[in-house]
Ligand binder design. Sequence first.
Ligand SMILES: [Zn+2]
Length: 220
Amino acid sequence: MLAPHEGIIPSDIWLAARKKCLNNKNVGIPSKAKNSWLIGKAKCGKCGHALSIRYSKKNSVRYFMCGYRLNARGCDGFGTLRAPELESFVLNAMRERLKAFETLSSSTEARANPKLNELRIKEHQLSEEMDTLLEKVMQADGALMALINQRASILDAQLKEVRKEIREITAATPSTDIKTLTGYFSKWEELSVDDKRSVVDLLIAQVKATKESVEIVWKI
Ligand SMILES: [Zn+2]
């Protein structure tokens, strides 16, 4: 559930969700005709450029199109995608994601991030090896000392790299705790588009969509 690659939604689930939304006429009515809290996050699943939003007066519905296709004809695009379909799908996915994290935090680890765990283990191993090396310095003569120095500088470089990766991951993790986030979702409809966008930004890096597939790139 929490591995990054599992943000990819099987197409049958996405198609079913779109169909369900299509039958629910009310969700199509916008408060602001040409706006969406997914703007900036939603990308074309084909070319990766940002999706643009358009409003059809005739059908009173907002829809997404590939912005690169609209502006420069640089992408074949995927036609149009009703904005409420993608919004309600992503909203559900975020709720599910938070639920999974709530379950986790009630056990031991608040934020299980396999990559982070892996890096911390590596950091620990490298520091241990460095300590062992430094202990040897006490009895080392000139030739051994040169070897120790050589190994130590390799270890040092690796440690720096691992620590940099750890910092990048922990910096990307939202400082807002899961309970606070869950609170936002319980009053989601009351939030302004800008507030919704801020909440989404804590959880999601990107949503890549076409008519056939959605991939959510999570930050948590
Ligand atoms: Zn495109």
